[in-house]
Design a protein around this ligand. Structure first.
Ligand SMILES: [Zn+2]
Length: 463
């Protein structure tokens, strides 16, 4: 290619301008946090707490670092005081991340590297990006001396990705410091199309719950040279085979119905039509056909019904002994309000084998006490308003989160929690979460910080 002098000059001035632009503070903070390896186990989330405490204290935040019995693992609670005329708003973000398959990454997962307009690294989406956005939003409240009608609490948590010293543990001893009128956490998505335009913002108002089920088969324990018909492993296999073709019926919560209405507007055909069928059709065959198409996406399959999956199988110990028993552990993910005992009964009837029993792993598990957080609160309305302002033309909808988060500590106490990963991402980028080459764009971090800052001004400032 021939390069004209004019193009050279233009190229030079462009790169000089790019060089002159000051780095975005959310980006810089995210880079710093990614460089602290908090893969859980063991987590060592205290590294992030120390980094943030040093930034928050000089801005006037009251900072408490709550140690756990495990060295290096702590929670950070930072409070920016308001005049107390309204109850606090809380922002929660977890500092631990899942581990990496390092050889599958093309870039150092703990390097905090910026490349081609993206910050790369483990946790960029889940949820160190969220820590950086929430931290910069609350820091700006302090930097700009926004007069506050309520305290703003910023919580950085340990053990969300697993292990015992999570927010449920913290809430038992430090509830007074976490109590609030409502809270923000991870959960819903700001989904951008391939053209970068935000299609919709989903704000999670409830999480599915996780419940374990044990299926046990009994048979005669004997020498493997003389097999008998009552073989425990065969009985367990038959039971699991029956379960593999079982599908829970459709169950659309009010939030899921709103979410499907948005998908019916924003999806390409024929998907849009399938969503419309689920919502409005009375034709059971058409609904079943639409469900089959929609459920090819495992995420959608999980949002519109309860699910069950075998996760552990256990039976036998040597080749010349037929074991007397064999067990399988199943993991159910349940829509709020579902009684797991009803599903145990359904499975028992389906399996219909006296040699096989079905029981809950935790016998006292009942229907989850948590109901969906109301959309009729100042925080939900502020977030909805600011999402529409930041991303003009985007649909905003509540959402049932298909997995669990650590929001239970608040929702179980009746405190509404709204979940959002506060930056636009594409469907392709979503697959990198808990995967390889996780990344978030610089522009998304900038817009997300703006949206969360404006939401906090909207909901917490003195009017
Ligand atoms: Zn997460």
């Amino acid at each position: 290619m021939r390069v004209t002098p004019a193009a050279l000059v233009l190229g030079l001035s462009l790169s000089a301008a790019a060089f002159a632009q000051p780095p975005d503070p959310t980006v810089t903070l995210l880079q710093e946090i990614i460089r602290l390896d908090t893969s859980n186990p063991p987590g060592r989330e205290g590294q992030v707490d120390d980094l943030l405490a040093a930034k928050l204290r000089p801005l006037g935040f009251e900072v408490t670092i709550v140690p756990t019995p495990e060295p290096g693992k702590s929670h950070l609670i930072a409070r920016l005081k308001g005049d107390g005329s309204k109850r606090p708003v809380l922002l929660a973000a977890h500092a631990d991340v899942v581990g990496v398959e390092r050889e599958k990454w093309t870039i150092d997962p703990f390097g905090g590297i910026v490349k081609d307009g993206y910050v790369y690294g483990r946790g960029a989406i889940d949820f160190k990006g969220g820590i950086a956005v929430f931290a910069r939003a609350v820091m700006q409240l302090a930097e700009r001396k926004v007069p506050l009608a309520r305290d703003v609490i910023f919580l950085v948590e340990a053990d969300e990705e697993g292990a015992q010293y999570n927010t449920s543990w913290l809430a038992q001893t430090h509830w007074a410091q976490l109590d609030c009128e409502f809270a923000l956490n991870e959960g819903g998505w700001i989904i951008a199309g391939d053209d970068g335009r935000v299609q919709y913002v989903s704000i999670s108002t409830a999480d599915k719950s996780s419940v374990g089920v044990i299926i046990s088969a009994k048979g005669t324990s004997t020498h493997s040279s003389m097999p008998r018909p009552d073989n425990a492993i065969f009985a367990l296999s038959r039971a699991l085979a029956k379960l593999s073709s079982w599908e829970a019926p459709l169950q659309l919560t009010p939030a899921t119905r709103q979410f499907l209405r948005v998908l019916a507007k924003t999806s390409p055909q024929p998907l849009a039509r399938y969503y419309q069928t689920l919502l409005t059709s009375a034709d059971t065959a058409a609904i079943a056909a639409a469900d089959r198409e929609i459920s090819k996406d495992p995420l959608m399959h999980a949002i519109i019904r309860n699910t069950v999956a075998p996760v552990i199988i256990d039976g036998g110990f040597r080749s010349n002994v037929i074991p007397g028993s064999a067990d399988a552990t199943l993991n159910m993910r349940l829509i709020p309000g579902t009684d797991p005992n009803d599903l145990v009964k359904t499975f028992q009837d389906l399996i219909a084998d006296p040699a096989v029993t079905v029981r809950l792993a935790n016998p006292s598990a009942g229907p989850s006490r948590t109901s969906a957080s109301s959309e009729d609160t100042e925080l939900y309305r502020a977030l909805e308003r600011q999402a529409r302002t930041t991303f003009p033309g985007a649909e905003v909808t509540p959402y049932l989160f298909q997995a669990g988060t650590d929001a239970g500590a608040w929702r179980n106490r009746g405190v509404p929690v709204y979940g959002i990963y506060p930056y636009p991402i594409t469907a392709e980028e979503l697959t990198r979460m808990h995967g390889n080459d996780e990344r978030v764009s610089i522009d998304s971090l900038r817009k997300g910080t703006e949206m969360i800052f404006n939401t906090l001004v909207d909901v917490a400032s003195k009017k």
